[in-house]
Design a protein around this ligand. Sequence first.
Ligand code: SF4
Length: 308
Amino acid sequence: MSELTATVASAPAPARAAPLLRPGNSNCPGCGMSMALQIFARGIEHRRVQLVVPASCAAVMAGPFPTTSLAAPVVLSTFGAGAAVATGLARVARLNGDGTRVVCWAGDGGTYDIGMASLSAAAERDEDVLYVCYDNEIYGNTGGQRSSATPAGASTTNTPAGKLEEKKDILAILAAHRVRYAASLSIAHPQDAVRKVRRALDTSGFRFLHVLAPCPTGWKSEPALGIELVRLAVRSGLYPIVEIVEGRKLVINHEPDFSTEALELYLSLQRRFQRSGLSAERFAAAIAQNWRDLRARSGRIVPADREG
Ligand code: SF4
């Protein structure tokens, strides 16, 4: 080991004294991505991190040097190259031996759609990357168009009458790559979320975290209601809080009460669901099916449906 390498390897990682997201950033008031970054910062603690941010609201928020809003080294990338750029930086970090954890912080457009090829490739090669998708269920930065993360029934600028197709199951897609660790985070359940961030940062190989991130601009909801909306999504069963290890072992971290009232409130507090007229019963049927699948995958005994 050269003298330079030895010096870098033994340098202690500085403690995080400042928040990861600095005040004065360009995010809209009440942005769920901002809240997700605050939770993420609590999980980072003293760890040395480097961020890769593909095109998104997060890339705009990161801003130009030296006035960046993020208190960590950041590389911006094109929509499709986030996971590939993170792969390169992770390999450099490993060569340097300084313990830097490379984190790709991407929106749903850069994950579910345009970034899927490089994401799938990095996951399949088990690159040493933590990939975080903040999912606001639209292309927030380019005018609020539908993505494959947009739920059925939601109006967007190019599906004004409401999207017809169901949302992709991104955790199942990543689990099919048998990634080391995949989990969903709720900004309304910060203890569970911080635990998962720490676990993901301290695991080697490819890891994936999914965060439901309310977007008051696109969801047409009150900025103050972001955390409450996620709480309602969890309570109703719409947003399951789970983790999957090695693509096989699925753990349900939070058992919802499947409240009909919570589901109706979740839908009524966002004007994006008004035009399609999709009923809460229709959502409830999809939720019930999803939870039958989750319970089966978690190894719980699921009684067979009775005929007749
Ligand atoms: S458009 Fe949505 S995701 Fe983008 S900064 Fe505003 S609230 Fe956040």
